[in-house]
Design a protein around this ligand. Structure first.
Ligand code: ZN
Length: 193
């Protein structure tokens, strides 16, 4: 009798254990299914949109971030532009196309034409690189701490395509006191009226 009770007990424990294992399996299946669904959702919402400001259109624009491979950028840029804008290079001082540009207009990102600087904010810094004391909108930029030299600098990049534009320093003129030191190779210029 005792053996019978013992056997029944073992059997019921087995049944419970087996059932809970089944439940675990179902849960795992649901979870993995759920993960897949979420993953697919992520894939479709992976395109990230950012808000940038356009002085030409006089409004904020919601635009998709631009992500391209090095090979794709190489096809669109000259070797110097690729080295500077996509690989954080620097053009030699006084060699850039826009150092001495005094035309009225807007400076744009070479890679994606996001508006960066108005010509009114360009000034003679004497550095040999096009220099600006203010930006069209901080939304159009990303600023990254750059520890590549002994002295920490802040790298200036395009918010939409990640292009390396130059650096920003604290020795600019008023009203901002900032000097956005840019590479001409990372810029386009759209002449204004
Ligand atoms: Zn850009």
């Amino acid at each position: 009798m005792r053996t019978l009770i013992y056997s029944a007990l073992v059997l019921s424990i087995c049944v419970i254990a087996c059932k809970s294992q089944q439940e675990t399996d179902i849960l795992e299946k649901q979870n993995s299914g759920y993960k897949t669904a979420a993953g697919e959702q992520l894939a479709t919402s992976d395109k990230s949109f950012i808000k940038i400001y356009s002085t030409i259109e006089k409004k904020e624009l919601e635009v998709e971030k631009i992500v391209k491979s090095d090979d794709e950028w190489r096809k669109e840029l000259t070797p110097d532009e690729f080295r500077i804008a996509r690989k954080k290079g620097t053009e030699p001082a006084w060699t850039g196309e826009y150092v001495d540009n005094h035309d009225k207009g807007i400076y744009l990102c070479k890679c994606c034409n996001t508006e960066l600087y108005k010509s009114e904010t360009k000034y003679e810094s004497g550095s040999g690189w096009p220099s600006f004391y203010d930006v069209v909108s901080k939304n159009n930029f990303e600023f990254v701490e750059d520890g590549s030299l002994l002295e920490a600098r802040v790298e200036v990049t395009c918010a939409r395509c990640g292009a390396h534009l130059g650096h920003v320093f604290n020795d600019g003129p008023s009203p901002t006191g900032l000097r956005y030191c840019m590479n001409s190779a990372s810029l386009n210029f759209k002449k204004g009226e």
